[in-house]
Write a new protein. Structure first.
Length: 382
């Protein structure tokens, strides 16, 4: 098996658009605006794009639709949907294709108007036919099941889960782009309405509009651009189940595999990262992924977040934009995690960590199903 092509591809441009509420835009218009801004950021011309990767909440042919919207005739389009991890999977595919010389410039984009278009999660995904007789809330009940098992097995508490939400809000309060701001305490979270026990409203991600896009090209070309290139040092995906009822162990996710393979490809370990951007659709996600990616031992995630380690001033800056819990969550958050990691490396994040050179973005799709990890670094890390 050929290893991941370390640092062969790099992010040359990036952008977000319409975060929070963007009335008057539909999903593809939001994605297209983010894509145009990312292309401008890269210094490349739109018609140099020869691969389009795009997921949209309401169009299974998003790659085709965005290419048509722009008037492009790309060599390759992809709308592979694995939920919020789709975009990290797109990074893997595009990096391999750039390394092989099959494409020269990839645009990866996403947009959703789910808040201004009804205020509910927009997804064609549903619980499996085996689970539907129990009328679960998809995907919330699946995550509640994992949270309940983690609490049973390791003594994790609702207050520890609340620590994740409070830390995210603290980061968001100093990020102008974040949608949810203001005070949030552990007590506030514990008093929040339970939606699917033990998960309350404060344990759930936002419902927002928003769009994001990145431009990938070969690293030498990206280095010649107007913005600092962000090489992809390693990336990997892993899937162990689809339906939560088929998850082998509710406290162990495939992040164990995707993270280990991505870090091995990059030649780094968990202790090397300056920031970590995790897909926090629910507070239990952050706890599970910190454990499975090797930032703390299995079962110790609750204590780790309770200690303040992931909050501003802590030992491990996590979700420095506010994450899906307080910055934005327009249906699928994965591309926003990748962009926040890249912004940290470029030195332009709202909550910039001094000297950030190596950042991890970990993304999640389905019911803790698809896991995909991307290791990014500065040019100095090559």
């Amino acid at each position: 098996m050929e290893p991941f092509p370390r640092a062969e591809a790099a992010i040359a441009g990036l952008a977000t658009f319409g975060i929070g509420e963007a009335p008057g835009f539909n999903a593809i218009e939001l994605a297209a605006q983010a894509g145009l801004l990312a292309m401008r950021d890269s210094g490349l011309d739109l018609h140099e794009v020869d691969a389009v990767f795009c997921c949209l909440p309401n169009d299974l042919f998003g790659g085709l639709a965005l290419a048509e919207y722009y008037g492009l005739a790309p060599r390759f389009t992809d709308s592979n949907r694995t939920g919020g991890s789709s975009f990290a999977s797109h990074v893997i595919t595009a990096s391999m294709m750039l390394h092989a010389g099959y494409i020269d410039c990839a645009l990866i984009a996403y947009g959703s108007n789910q808040r201004s278009n009804g205020g509910k999660l927009a997804t064609p995904a549903r619980s499996s036919v085996w689970e539907q007789p129990y009328n679960p809330l998809y995907p919330l009940t699946s995550y509640a099941l994992a949270a309940a098992r983690h609490m049973h097995e390791f003594g994790t508490t609702r207050a520890q889960m609340a620590s994740v939400a409070v830390a995210a809000r603290q980061w968001a309060n100093t990020n102008p782009e974040a949608f949810a701001k203001g005070p949030l305490s552990i007590a506030d979270c514990l008093e929040a309405r339970i939606i699917s026990s033990p998960i309350s409203k404060s344990d759930c991600c936002l419902v927002t509009d928003g769009a994001a896009a990145i431009v990938l090209t070969r690293t030498d070309r990206a280095k010649a651009g107007p913005r600092p290139a962000v090489p992809i040092l390693g990336a990997a995906a892993a899937t162990w189940h689809n339906a939560i009822s088929n998850m082998p162990d509710l406290t162990q996710t495939a992040a164990r595999e995707s993270g280990a393979r991505a870090m091995a490809a990059a030649g780094v370990s968990a202790s090397d990262f300056d920031t970590v951007q995790l897909y926090d659709a629910f507070t239990i996600n952050t706890i599970l992924f910190l454990e499975d990616l090797g930032f703390c031992a299995k079962g110790e995630g609750g204590q780790f977040v309770e200690s303040g380690a992931i909050a501003p001033g802590g030992s491990l800056p996590v979700n420095t934009n506010g994450g899906g819990l307080s910055c934005c969550h327009p249906g699928m958050y994965g591309l926003f995690a990748i962009i926040e990691a890249a912004r940290q490396i470029r030195g332009e994040a709202a909550n910039q960590q001094v000297g950030a050179q190596l950042c991890l973005a970990h993304t999640n799709g389905g019911a803790l199903s698809s896991q995909a990890s991307v290791v990014m670094g500065s040019i100095d890390t090559i």
